[in-house]
Design a protein. Sequence first.
Length: 127
Amino acid sequence: MIPAIRKATAGDLDAMHLIESEGQARWTRRQFEDELGLSFSDMWVIDDGGAVTAFAVTWTVADEIQLNNIGVRRGLRRRGLASMLMDHIIRTARGRGGTRLRACSTGPTGSPRAGDGSGTTTGSMLY
């Protein structure tokens, strides 16, 4: 079966949190749950035969898509799953009139990773 990208549902939250815990574990399960209720938030998963193998969380703000979180199951990394998600996010954003992608990252404990002292690193690109 070919993995499919689809919108996340409440039934995916445990799998998404498990993937998060295999990485830097910055988000709690509750944070994922809260995202489901935000009109400007999209949560995408790769579904491989009923198993969630990767996820991404984005916000749409005007013509900008903000990538807030992305994760892949530890044993499935380096196989192009995150690239599949990013391609999907960019295609979807273009279809909605988006022109810019911004990636945001917070250090594992909220500590700054770069310069401004806010605890958030951002970068953006036009697509």
